[in-house]
Design a protein around this ligand. Structure first.
Ligand SMILES: C[S@@+](CC[C@H](N)C(=O)[O-])C[C@H]1O[C@@H](n2cnc3c(N)ncnc32)[C@H](O)[C@@H]1O
Length: 214
């Protein structure tokens, strides 16, 4: 996503800093004791402008949601939405998803959301896709047995590739659809999703579950 540089980013970051985790490595293995009282710990990778983040945190108040985004110019908009909505169960981390195991201990997570990640077309860049086998191994470590990845994309080739990787890497697929909103809007839409849906682009979705005994 090409995001225009925000002129007053440092000031805006400071103002919304109540929802920012600056040193997330220090919380590795300690998320539940640091933020007690929640039934589940969820992570969203590549939250972008964060409509899904705030919508989901509001809709699932018994889960603590950590949104990860590597572009601060996008993340600030997501942070400001969460602050405006006065959400207490969401925090943001400015980081690459590839570092997920540095901030979450093995089995610490219940769920990971991946929404409209960059498709990285072409074999040369395939390993950069957030559903490439290398990333799936990282997620498997961080998720508890039976933990889930909730995946949405507009990109049909990426979806087919991802279904293949999930299956080959031993994840159990469910809720697989190539047209999520066929009978009217379902669930909380992301910013990209709302745009694609308004243009009539079908949305693909699936849930991939880590084996219970793994
Ligand atoms: C196409 S946008 C989708 C944003 C949002 N999920 C949505 O659906 O509206 C992809 C987002 O993922 C972020 N992203 C891509 N690769 C990432 C990575 N390795 N780690 C963290 N964020 C990443 C990008 O900066 C961008 O904001």
């Amino acid at each position: 996503m090409r995001m225009r540089k925000k002129k007053n980013l440092p000031q805006r970051m400071e103002k919304a800093s109540g929802v920012l985790i600056k040193t997330p490595e220090e919380l590795c293995g300690k998320w539940r004791e640091t933020f007690p009282g929640y039934e589940a710990l969820h992570v969203e990778l590549g939250c972008g402008k964060g409509s899904f983040t705030s919508g989901t945190a509001a809709a699932i108040p018994n889960a603590f949601l950590v949104a990860v985004e590597k572009v601060p110019d996008a993340m600030i908009m997501a942070m400001e939405k969460a602050v405006a909505a006065e959400l207490t169960n969401v925090r943001f981390i400015d980081m690459d998803a590839a570092k997920i195991n540095e901030i979450f201990a093995d089995g610490e997570l219940d769920r990971i959301y991946i929404n409209f990640c960059d498709p990285w077309p072409g074999k040369k860049h395939a390993k950069r896709r957030l559903t490439a086998p290398g990333f799936l191994e990282l997620y498997k470590k961080a998720l508890k047995p039976g933990g889930e990845i909730h995946f949405k994309t507009d990109n049909r080739p990426l979806f087919e590739y991802s279904l293949e990787q999930f299956t080959e890497c031993g994840w159990q697929l469910s809720e697989v659809t190539g047209n999520l909103h066929e009978n009217g809007p379902v669930g909380i839409m992301t910013d990209y999703e709302a745009k694609f849906h308004s243009e009539g682009v079908p949305i693909n979705r699936c849930v991939a579950k880590k084996a219970e005994e793994a």
